[in-house]
Ligand binder design. Structure first.
Ligand code: C5P
Length: 240
């Protein structure tokens, strides 16, 4: 029996207590936001699709030796996870120049980034998620240099594993945002989600978006695109 006491509510997910103090349930809601909260909607099935995709990608990563907080799906839109002490960083990894990178720096549109760019934004609504560097992160005591080095190393591996997996499914992993936390032993563990809300996924042939950019641009069909990602990444048995 799982008791449902709300611990935390975010823009698209809720976190609930369980009877085990080392585990929490992450519920993926149907809410979607963009433009720093400036555009909002509620789209039926969005939460379920993101939970399914995140669960699948976390399993792929676990198989390759990456520690994640994922335990199992308990509902189509609810994930049982290890409880983590989250580090307030948005770790962004980019393989292709697009999005905010083009607004801020003179990269060419769709320029290949090799080695990939890894960037740290501060997860802080009041300050609008400013980009940080190592000195600011350590001065603010968000993470130690050793932890940051480890986060970079793990992020590179995650990028390699997911880029390869998604490529086999006909998708380009353009960029993504991930978050880490510390488990009770102080290990750095991948948390939160990896879904079309937090990644850019392009069709390998047409370069069409299968991600939240559809919603950011104010176009229709974002949930259909997420459903397509579910179709591409899950096996037939996993879809049942
Ligand atoms: O907007 P920008 O180009 O910086 O986004 C880079 C990547 O990080 C995109 O895949 C985007 O979906 C993700 N992101 C996110 N949450 C944010 C900012 C960016 O998931 N707050």
């Amino acid at each position: 029996e799982i008791t449902k006491e709300l611990l935390y509510t975010g823009k698209a997910k809720d976190v609930y207590k369980t009877e085990n103090e080392n585990e929490v349930i992450i519920k993926f809601r149907d809410d979607i936001t963009a433009l720093d909260g400036g555009r909002k909607d509620t789209l039926s099935k969005k939460g379920e699709y993101n939970a399914l995709i995140s669960a699948k990608l976390f399993q792929i990563l676990e198989e390759r030796g990456i520690k994640t907080q994922f335990i199992r799906l308990v509902e189509p839109n609810e994930m049982l996870t290890k409880s983590l002490d989250m580090i307030p960083l948005e770790v962004i990894c980019r393989n292709i120049a697009t999005g905010s990178l083009l607004r801020k720096y003179p990269f060419h549109r769709n320029q290949e980034l090799n080695p990939p760019i890894i960037q740290f934004d501060y997860k802080n609504d009041v300050y609008h998620d400013p980009m940080l560097n190592d000195s600011i992160i350590t001065a603010l005591k968000i993470a130690s240099q050793e932890q940051l080095d480890k986060i970079r190393e793990i992020t590179h591996v995650i990028n390699k594993v997911l880029s390869k997996f998604l490529k086999e499914k006909g998708l380009i992993l353009v960029d993504f945002k991930i978050e880490f936390g510390l488990d009770t032993e102080g290990n750095i563990v991948l948390g939160d989600e990896i879904s079309p809300d937090t990644t850019r996924l392009w069709d390998s042939e047409t370069l069409d978006n299968f991600d939240k950019d559809i919603f950011r641009k104010g176009e229709e069909g974002v949930v259909d695109a997420y459903h397509k990602v579910v179709d591409l990444v899950l096996t037939t048995e996993e879809k049942e």
